[in-house]
Structures are given as C-alpha cells and as structure tokens.
Design a protein around this ligand. Structure first.
Ligand code: SF4
Length: 396
C-alpha cells in the first residue's frame, strides 16, 4: 500500500518537478564604458585574458555541478560587457567545455550579445561555427548625433552593416533600440523604430533610457525628453511594431510569431539558471528550497576565486515569504501572463497561498478575471509596480 499524500504545510516549499535550467555566461569587458551603463562592464586595458577567463568560467561551472546533477541546459545566453570582443575560438572552447560537463539540449537557443563596433562577417561566421545560433545586437539608435551622446563606439552605418552581416550568418537576430534619448524628438524615435523594422530581424527590444546610480549620466545628467514625450515614444514603437506583425510579448520585447527569446522567457517564467562569470547571478531550485548565488564583480577577483574553487560570493536560500513577489515581478512582465498552475510549479508553494492577493488585484482591475491564467489587464501593465506590490510579504 502506498503512503498517503502528505498535506503541504503553509509556507513549505515542495517541488514535484524542478523547473527548466538555463545557463548565463558573463563576459565583462567593453572597448569603452558607455555613460549610461550600470552593467558589470569594465574597459579593457590590454589584450583580453581569454584562455584564463574561459578556464575560470569552467572551474566556476564545475563547482556548481553537484547542485544540478542529471539536469539539462535548455538555453545559453552569453552576455556582457561585450562578448563579441572574444574570439570565435574562445567562444567555441567555452561552449565545448560546457557541453563536456553538462548536457545541453540539442535544440538549445544559444545567444551571444554583440556590439556593432566589434564585428565583421568572418567573426559572425566563427560564432555560428562555435555553436551560437542567435545574435543580439546593441544598436540603440540609427542617429549618429545621439550615438555620440550615448558614448557608443559605433556609427549608424556600422550598425546597419552589422545587422546585415549578422543576418547573413544567423536566421535569429535581435536588435536593441532605446528611446527617451538625449536630444530625441518623437519624430526621431519614430524614424529609429521604422529603420529597425526595415532591417527585417525576427526579434526587437525597445527600452527607455533610465538614469541609474553609479553612472556618468547620474553625476552629469543630460537633458532628456519629458515623461509624456517618452510615453508617446513608447506608444509609437508599440504601434509601429504591431503594424509590422511583431507580437509585443513582454514589457520591452517584441517578436515575430514563434521567435520569442526562450532564454529570457525562462527568467520571466521563473525558471532556474546557473550564472557563471564576473558579477553573474543564478537561481537554482532543490526539492525543498530555492537558492540564489552571485559572483565577484571584478574580473581579476573573480578569476582568482574561481581558480581556488570559491567563485560564489553570495549563496542564500530564498525565504518562502519572498517568493510570491519574486515570481510576480517576472511573470507579470509577460503580456499574456502565465498559467495559474505555474505559480506552484515554479515556487514550490501551495497555489492557494496567493489567492487573497489575486482577488485583490482583480478587484482593482489590475488582473484579468481569468480562471486559467494570471494575466495583467492593460491597466495592470501600465501600473505594474502597484500590481506586483500586492504580492510583497505581509509585515511580520
Ligand atoms: S557596450 Fe553595453 S555593456 Fe558595454 S559599457 Fe556600453 S552599454 Fe555597457
């Protein structure tokens, strides 16, 4: 006779099946630091220590393998910094060393971020041969004056050529554009969106420039368009992309049908990911808990720590009280939301534990009255902070 099913205690985490597992790889160097950038990126002073850094990444991965035995990697994202500064040979070595240690699904999406100022046709072909199957290009604008104000190392023409050559080597290309830029008018934002659409990529990301602490723009803020003008630019992007057949599936992401970014979807659907590289973060679920980990931000410090087998500078168990908010912070960015069942599947908590908050969000018109999905209304998407705050842990 089988043992009777045990009732789940409120606040207890219990996973029937662990979430999908992705891999994020951080390559932290750039040619020059952009004045708006708060990513963990460092100006390269001399030749990159490619071989040593790849060795550190692999040592870092090896240290995490006992936490993920038997699991498979569903997608890989090589981000930065400027990963396209690395040679195709170094990327190939890194990917084959990863594959030698953990199973990567044969159909895994493998994205590499590239800066239009650091690529030519041979390099793109090399990345393709290394196993990369998706390129994400940081274009930001097609206006030379604006690119100069943003401190970008490429011109608009270089961006156009980079997109063209990326599309010769890859079917799946994303371009990042920004709006709300210094000196930008609504017409200029419209022109950027139109030119981006004409490039015929399958994926498009449009972000509003925000001024972040610890950046040059924070200490010397440029004159930016007013809040209402930025809102108009956002609407102009959304309208132009919808008219061109893109699906607006996440706050800043737009895709041709079937071409959503699988790696990012895994974050938004609260999947697991290993994060290797300087400053990388990860999240790993176990049958009874969820852990988050982080790496040292300085590349030198990171490489030394990885060589000692001690790459993690932070390793903590996420309190079950924080999980509803963390889950919603991600899932509610998706225009279609997520199936109701995903909450229990990805947090390990009892589905009923958020019933009160879901009802309150529906009563405020922020969530659709949908029995099958947790789906934000138009108002919920506009007031996303108000919506996610409803899932913050109650004060003790
Ligand atoms: S290229 Fe990208 S990562 Fe590097 S400094 Fe500029 S914005 Fe930051």
């Amino acid at each position: 006779m089988s043992a009777p099913a045990r009732i789940q205690v409120p606040g207890e985490i219990r996973f029937a099946v662990l979430p999908p597992l992705a891999l994020y790889v951080h390559l932290p160097w750039c040619v020059r630091k952009c004045p708006y950038c708060d990513f963990n990126s460092h100006e390269r002073a001399s030749a990159l220590p490619e071989a040593d850094y790849v060795a550190a990444l692999i040592a870092d991965l090896e240290g995490m393998l006992p936490s993920v035995w038997g699991r498979r990697i569903v997608s890989i994202f090589i981000g930065g910094g400027t990963p396209s500064l690395f040679s195709p040979e170094a990327i190939e070595r890194m990917l084959s060393d990863v594959r030698a240690r953990i199973t990567v699904e044969p159909t895994a999406e493998i994205t590499l971020e590239a800066n239009p100022g650091t690529v030519e046709a041979g390099r793109f072909r090399g990345f393709r041969a290394a196993g990369v199957n998706r390129i994400s290009l940081g274009v930001q604008s097609f206006d030379d004056a604006i690119l100069a104000k943003l401190g970008r190392i490429h011109s608009a023409d270089e961006a156009r050529r980079a997109i063209e050559t990326a599309l010769q080597a890859f079917d799946n290309v994303n371009i990042d554009l920004m709006y709300g830029l210094p000196g930008q008018s609504l017409e200029m934002a419209r022109a950027d969106a139109a030119e981006g659409i004409r490039c015929q990529t399958l994926h498009f990301s449009a972000y509003q420039l925000t001024i972040e602490p610890n950046t040059v723009f924070y200490s010397k803020p440029p004159a930016l368009p007013e809040h209402d003008a930025c809102a108009d630019m956002q609407l102009a992007y959304e309208a132009a992309l919808a008219a061109a057949g893109f699906e607006h599936y996440e706050t800043s992401a737009f895709a041709r049908p079937g071409m959503r970014c699988r790696h990012n979807l895994n974050y938004w659907e609260f999947g697991d990911y290993l994060g290797i590289g300087a400053g990388a973060h990860g999240k790993v679920s176990f049958p009874d808990r969820i852990e988050r980990h982080a790496r040292a931000k300085q590349p030198r410090e990171y490489m030394e720590a990885a060589a000692r087998g001690a790459s993690s500078v932070e390793n903590r168990i996420v309190s079950p009280r924080e999980l509803p908010f963390e889950f919603m912070l991600n899932a509610l960015r998706l225009a279609d939301g997520v199936p109701r069942t995903l909450f229990a599947e990805r947090t390990g908590l009892d589905a009923l534990s958020i019933e009160k908050q879901l009802c309150a969000a529906q009563a405020k018109g922020l969530l659709e009255p949908d029995a099958q999905r947790i789906r934000p209304t138009r108002r919920g998407r506009l007031f996303l902070n108000d919506l996610t705050e409803l899932f913050l842990p109650a004060p003790k």
